[in-house]
Design a protein around this ligand. Structure first.
Ligand SMILES: [Zn+2]
Length: 354
């Protein structure tokens, strides 16, 4: 039996935590070896993470493993995969790699998303495709709600609003929760009207839409460290699509205040890095810093990447008998978030992996 002594979060109680056959116990039974001490948090969650993707599309299993290990070293032990073109199911057979909750493949409008990422469709095919992906993922379906329309030179919704609503209803009837990629004001308005369960990025949210999300419990995953790339995207696009570039800069500038507004309104906010596209893997701590900088109190920013996200995804925290998926820090992350960047211990399924 192995023991970790410390302060267990989020309760903040000093406790001795035991690792027994891969599970957490607070009941000492016989002699224990000390394997760590400090502030103990439920394993970190990246609520928007693409294991299996890089900027060009799907990657092979060796690269998937490198991505998963980079996440694990950062204490990220549970990923909500917000769409992957690669089959990563083999990872579920590996006890030493993080857990993944999948959303199947991105559903995108033809020619209106990153190349090689999604299943590209025209509107009549979307509802059936959403039902099909509901059966392929682990309880989530991901739809790209808006993207640049090169003919118009700006972001526009990818789907007629009634088609998006029909697709969301189909996926939900099949037992999945629905999330949408959205940057645009109209795109996110259509998505909220469609009754989606979660909004990714959400840079186009208005105060009124935020109030609707809060009333319904619709979640927001702002992916702030990816939105930090908007000015660069705008610079690259400016010559050909000046209106789009200006729009992206405007959305970038207002992103932190929008996140603060959503937090104050009571929208559930979770930490997602969007790793796997323009963002490299293993940066969950930076997203927590960014959420805090936008206005979330330190404890809320921590919960957004740990206990609150786990509960939202139906996974336990540091409960008696739960799988021992946890991270230990040398200092109190509630008073100094910077300790998140350097965990002193990472334990996955009771195995010390760092
Ligand atoms: Zn993404």
């Amino acid at each position: 039996m192995q023991r970790i002594r410390g302060v267990v979060l989020p309760e903040g109680e000093p406790r001795d935590l035991y690792l027994v056959a891969g599970r957490i116990s607070y009941q000492p039974a016989g002699s224990a070896t000390d394997v760590g001490s400090g502030w103990i948090m439920p394993g970190l969650v990246d609520a928007h993470c693409h294991i299996g993707l890089d900027e060009n599309g799907p990657v092979d299993e060796a690269e998937q493993e490198r991505q998963a290990l980079a996440e694990r070293a950062a204490g990220m032990l549970l990923a909500r995969d917000a769409g992957s073109a690669a089959d990563t199911r083999w990872i579920d057979q590996r006890d030493d790699l993080p857990r993944i909750i999948r959303a199947g493949r991105h559903l995108a409008r033809t020619g209106r998303y990153l190349r090689n990422y999604g299943i590209e469709l025209e509107p009549p095919g979307l509802p059936a495709a959403a039902a099909e992906q509901a059966g392929r993922g682990d309880g989530w379906v991901k739809i790209v709600a808006d993207w640049i329309d090169r003919g118009r030179g700006d972001l526009t919704p990818c789907w007629p609003a009634d088609v998006l609503a029909a697709a969301a209803a189909k996926a939900q009837a099949a037992g999945a929760r629905v999330t949408v990629h959205t940057f645009d004001e109209q795109g996110v308005a259509d998505a909220i009207a469609a009754g989606v369960d979660c909004v990714e990025h959400g840079t186009g949210l208005s105060e009124q839409l935020i109030d609707t999300m809060a009333a319904r419990g619709t979640a927001l995953v702002p992916t702030l460290i990816n939105i930090a790339n908007f000015p660069e995207i705008a610079d690259r696009a400016a010559a050909k699509f000046p209106g789009y570039a200006e729009h992206m800069r405007r959305l970038h500038a207002s992103a932190p205040s929008r996140v603060a507004m959503a937090y104050e309104a009571g929208v559930p906010i979770f930490a997602g890095t969007d790793a796997g596209g323009a963002v490299r893997h293993g940066r969950i701590a930076e997203e927590v810093f960014a959420l805090h900088a936008a206005g979330l109190p330190a404890e809320a920013a921590l919960g957004a990447a740990s206990w609150a996200a786990r509960s939202w995804l139906g996974r336990p925290g540091l409960d008696e008998g739960a799988s021992a998926d946890l991270v230990v820090y040398p200092g109190d992350p509630r008073t100094d978030l910077r300790v998140l960047a350097d965990p002193s211990r990472v334990v996955l399924r009771g195995r010390i992996v760092l």
